[in-house]
Design a protein. Structure first.
Length: 320
């Protein structure tokens, strides 16, 4: 019970920390005249991955690679199956192919790159360099889309930045929000990891399973909140774009930084099962977006059922 309370408390601290950091960073970007596109891309799109980043770095430095990698792979799976599935059930998510072609294809490419680099059952520092180089190329590609001024990608990212409201106005509150966010993220990651390790030991399941499920869903709550709000507001592009941007940063940025700090061996079940689920869900989303130019309620329900099925296999057939 105490371990479960640690998990809940850790998730609450991470969520609050992520929200405070995003709002403080957005307010600072507005005061410094940073373009709406960069605000949406770097702060909202990637800022929602701050909990995953802190938890994975903490786990890597603490020599818990199963949680570090499981958190990223599990978050990418839950982002598509759980978050987009829920958003599509709330309202069909119509998209224009040109709006998301870059990001949807990049998610699939990043998933394939992960499979290639972990072929030797570990992520080395050289692999981290490849991840980070790929992220730099993606960021440059995304930034170039602003040059036209009216590009669909730019409009999408501007809309993402506008989803976050109630920003601090004075310098004092901006700095306070950023500092508070960082502190809450660091403390929350420690509390969450303590609870996760305790639950794994109590129930006799691997840390990889806990990282892929409980930790992954907990650290994905910022993406969930922003995407669900966007769905209720009928901002379909924001809901999908937020998830795609997060998945890209999870793989290329978080794993890149984590493996750079500490080489990460990959758990056998991730090699046999979860990496293929991650790739399969990315391809399935790409097919849905291009085939029907939307995620319907039926497809959203299918994604949600897929996540339930994935959880069932995680704790039974692949629970060891």
């Amino acid at each position: 019970m105490s371990d479960l309370l640690y998990i809940v408390l850790g998730v609450l601290l991470l969520t609050a920390g992520g929200e405070a950091l995003i709002r403080g960073a957005l307010a600072a970007s507005h005061r410094m005249g940073v373009s709406p596109l960069l605000s949406g891309l770097l702060i909202v799109g990637f800022g929602t991955s701050a909990p995953e980043l802190v938890v994975s770095i903490d786990a890597a430095l603490g020599e818990r690679p199963d949680i570090a990698i499981g958190n990223v792979v599990g978050s990418n799976i839950s982002n598509i199956l759980l978050i987009l599935g829920l958003c599509a059930v709330i309202t069909p998510l119509a998209v224009k192919p040109l709006v998301l072609r870059r990001d949807a294809v990049t998610v699939v490419a990043a998933s394939i790159l992960f499979l290639i680099l972990v072929g030797g059952s570990a992520l080395a520092r050289s692999d981290a360099g490849i991840f980070l180089l790929a992220l730099a190329v993606y960021l440059y590609w995304a930034y170039r889309s602003e040059q036209s001024g009216t590009s669909p990608s730019a409009e999408l990212l501007k809309a993402e930045a506008q989803e976050v409201t109630a920003l601090p106005r004075t310098v004092f509150w901006i700095v306070s929000a950023v500092v508070l966010g960082l502190v809450l993220l660091i403390v929350g990651s420690q509390v969450l990891l303590n609870g996760a390790v305790g639950i794994a030991e109590s129930f006799g399941v691997s840390e990889a399973v806990i990282g892929l499920t409980l930790v992954a869903v907990g650290t994905s709550l910022p993406e969930l909140s922003i995407s669900v709000i966007a769905a209720f507001r009928r901002h379909a592009d924001v809901a999908i774009g937020n998830v795609l941007g997060s998945n890209i940063f999870n793989l290329l940025g978080i794993l890149g930084i984590s493996a750079l700090l500490q080489p990460l061996p990959v758990h056998e079940r991730i090699l046999q099962f979860d990496q293929w689920v991650m790739l399969g869900t990315s391809i399935l989303l790409l097919l849905f977006l291009y085939k029907g130019r939307k995620l319907s309620r039926l497809e959203g329900g299918f994604l949600l059922l897929g996540y339930v099925f994935y959880l069932g296999l995680s704790f039974t057939l692949f629970g060891g």
